[in-house]
Design a protein around this ligand. Structure first.
Ligand code: FES
Length: 330
């Protein structure tokens, strides 16, 4: 990578740290939520955006991450060429589509967006060489997680727009807005998923945790290499095997993330968790033991014959001290 590209990337990191958080808030009109914990005040965030007045057609809120060097310039061109495109799009400029973290792709949903677009340079045109390829891997895998959780993967969209393609930009925004309209608002009976809003949000939170997890990130990062390059034994992983591996990780990690979220709300028994999540108690017990072993959960109390577990985060948020545990020692 050239020095210029390195400098640009450093600048991008700086810009991302500040602008993305602010941009997301401004884009959705939820600036006050930037500092808040997810879920605390979400209701307010989408009340303004999602409230559909009776008799008024649903207008989706779409957040678009546009790479600085091509897509954003393409959007600019669409504007200066006076091309019309739906006003549903809230643009967030990023230095490269490869800088959009999987978790960040899901964040807009938690803040009330109905669809998310990631637009980058055409393949081989990325200013940082491989950023758009990385974005492609990420979107592919995030969509797999959404599908597993019963959320329409069509709500997340990736495409390429060059600086000279103002008309293409307008066209893509129009097409995606129509697509999201067909999917309906997030949560509620009108949505394609048919999930109540709190359940939709819970699933997005689960998805976000999974995409921020180590195993998922490792697979995403290695996907291209695993599928296209040979290992030290001159073997190449068949696409089907990768798909199976990814499915296994997604299923396991989704369940673990769901257990973590439940136990963050308060102590819960394996039986109650299994009922809430609609999976067997044996499966939940297996994951509870795993999470306990690695210090994410701990035994809270035993009611009758049922042990109840609680997330460590829950205990710390309640200000309870854990013996022998000191944050400073980490
Ligand atoms: S700079 Fe546009 S996708 Fe990387």
């Amino acid at each position: 990578m050239s020095q210029q590209a390195m400098d640009d990337m450093n600048q991008a990191e700086h810009v991302l740290g500040i602008e993305q958080a602010q941009g997301l808030g401004h884009a959705l009109g939820t600036e006050s939520l930037i500092e808040t914990e997810h879920g605390i005040d979400k209701e307010k965030a989408f009340r303004d955006e999602q409230a559909i007045e009776p008799g008024k057609a649903f207008e989706p809120v779409i957040v678009g991450f546009l790479c600085n060097w091509c897509s954003y310039a393409g959007a600019d061109l669409a504007g200066t060429s006076r091309l019309s495109y739906p006003t549903n799009l809230r643009v967030i400029r990023v230095m490269c589509s490869g800088r959009v973290d999987p978790g960040l792709m899901l964040e807009p949903f938690l803040r009330g967006a109905d669809g998310v677009m990631v637009l980058g340079c055409h393949p081989a045109d990325c200013h940082y060489l491989t950023g758009n390829y990385q974005a492609e891997q990420r979107v592919f895998c995030v969509r797999a997680v959404l599908e597993h959780l019963g959320i329409e993967s069509g709500r997340l969209y990736l495409d390429w727009v060059s600086a000279s393609e103002g008309a293409r930009f307008a066209e893509l925004v129009m097409e995606f807005a129509h697509q999201v309209k067909r999917l309906g608002p997030i949560g509620g009976r009108e949505s394609r998923e048919g999930l109540p809003l709190p359940e939709f949000m819970r699933r997005v939170q689960v998805a976000k945790r999974v995409t921020e997890g180590e195993k998922f990130r490792w697979l995403v990062g290695r996907r291209k290499a695993l599928l296209e390059e040979e290992n030290v034994y001159k073997e190449q992983l068949p696409g089907r095997r990768f798909h199976d591996l990814m499915s296994f990780v997604v299923v396991e990690e989704c369940l673990r993330a769901a257990i973590e979220l439940l136990t963050e709300e308060g102590p819960m028994s394996v039986k109650d968790m299994a009922e809430t999540l609609g999976v067997s108690a044996r499966k939940v017990l297996e994951h509870t033991a795993y999470l306990k072993k690695f210090g994410f959960l701990e035994l809270h109390d035993v009611i009758g014959c049922s042990p109840r577990y609680v997330s460590l985060k829950h205990r710390l948020s309640k200000g309870e001290r854990q013996e022998g545990f000191c944050l400073m020692s980490l």
